[in-house]
Write a protein that binds this ligand. Structure first.
Ligand code: PMP
Length: 388
């Protein structure tokens, strides 16, 4: 069988593949990107299952609308509006997706023809690279600096006539843990505001800030072609696969709806009812605060251990929230070679390669801190330091 060119050009998830190796019981793994399971509100969700069925009967088991469960869409619009006063979202601006990963896939399906341009952070979220690659676009990577996108490179990329969309993760980015500063957000907005492109802000980690103050979105509330993506994966549970798209561009949203009909008709409605029950009957904010406290302790432990054990020529980011630290080794060191050495010491990370659209050998790597105790984190970093 000759499979399609697009699937043959799409790499299978590097992380999912290496997790098969790193999940061995005696390996200290900083490789995954999973929320800590102790953050799942299991008892409350169990209660919400019963409440959802009691309150809605057969409807929770029936086919439903492609846009999603209206009260949940309203909840999401209100949540965003409460966070930032200029947004004014309504339920009509919200579409519920099967995780925000599906939003990436659907948006690229409705926007991109083969060869169309996508501007993406470099390094960037590999799930987005994977979703977009299925459409065989041209990627224009723009360096992600400590403060956010490099503005000069960004302006140059926008000059390319085939650019249709820009993809950013402004808060606690995956893989770097970096957050755009307020000034850089404004500069990026100035550069893009008059362009005919869709500007995506993918924000699954935004609520998980453990230091500093919450910053406004780059383009949301200021331009019709702004799209915000969100998810309940990191704050409630990833297994229920509930994410969302928010945009005032209803032409785009209608096309996304059509694409979603073709993909899965609608997002799991049972899960949407359960989540809505959970959100309306529990202290969601207090729950998120607990996750933040947990991740802060873990991030602090990792940064303290790196400070103590890493040689001074190894550089790393200091996240203000989220789940990741990004490490830069000296020029010329290949992170893939280091991965093999690290596995011999029974410690794992993700080499930086899959986060770039066009680089084979890189000196960067991603560490996740949300799945180990502070003691294990210290031991893992100590082992890692021995091979760096
Ligand atoms: N965007 C980013 C930046 C992510 O890190 C992830 C999860 N790893 C997703 C989207 C997808 O999350 P989900 O589909 O679970 O909402």
């Amino acid at each position: 069988m000759q499979y399609s060119d697009s699937i043959l050009k799409t790499p299978s998830s590097f992380i999912r593949n290496i997790l098969k190796v790193t999940d061995a019981y005696d390996v200290i793994s900083f490789a995954g990107g999973l929320p800590n399971p102790i953050s799942f509100p299991i008892d409350e969700l169990k209660q919400s299952v019963n409440d959802a069925i009691d309150a809605n009967g057969a409807k929770v088991f029936q086919y439903s609308t492609t846009q999603g469960y209206l009260p949940l869409r309203q909840y999401i619009a209100d949540k965003l509006n409460n966070k930032q006063s200029n947004l004014n979202y309504t339920a009509e601006d919200v579409l519920i997706t099967t995780g925000s990963q599906q939003a990436l896939e659907l948006i690229s399906k409705v926007l991109l023809n083969k060869g169309d341009g996508v501007v993406i952070e470099e390094p960037g979220y590999l799930g987005a690279i994977q979703a977009f690659t299925l459409r065989e676009p041209s990627f224009y990577g723009v360096t992600l600096e400590t403060e956010g996108l490099n503005v000069e490179q960004f302006k140059d990329a926008l000059k390319q006539p085939n650019v249709k969309m820009v993809y950013t993760v402004p808060n606690f980015q995956n893989p770097t843990g970096l957050t755009y500063t307020k000034e850089r957000r404004e500069e990026v907005f100035e550069a893009v505001k008059d362009q005919d492109v869709i500007f995506i802000e993918d924000d699954p980690y935004g609520e998980l800030r453990f230091t500093g103050e919450h910053l406004p979105y780059i383009a949301a509330g200021k331009m019709t072609n702004s799209v915000v993506l969100g998810s309940f994966s990191k704050t409630v549970t990833p297994g229920m696969r509930l994410g969302y798209i928010l945009t005032k561009n209803h032409e785009l949203l209608n096309h996304v709806e059509t694409a979603k009909q073709a993909t899965d008709l609608h997002t799991n409605i049972f899960a949407q009812y359960i989540l809505h029950q959970y959100l309306t009957n529990n202290e969601y904010e207090a729950h998120v605060e607990k996750i933040i406290a947990l991740y802060k302790t873990q991030a602090d432990a990792m940064l303290a251990a790196m400070e103590k054990y890493f040689p001074p020529y190894v550089k790393y980011t200091k996240p203000e929230g989220g789940m990741f630290v990004w490490v830069t080794l000296p020029e010329g060191v290949n992170a893939l070679d280091k991965f093999t050495e690290a596995m011999e010491k029974k410690v794992a990370f993700v080499p930086g390669n899959p986060f770039y659209t066009d680089k084979e050998s890189v000196n960067t790597l991603r560490l996740n801190y949300t799945n180990a105790t502070p003691e294990t984190i210290e031991e893992g970093i100590k082992r890692l330091a021995e091979i760096l």
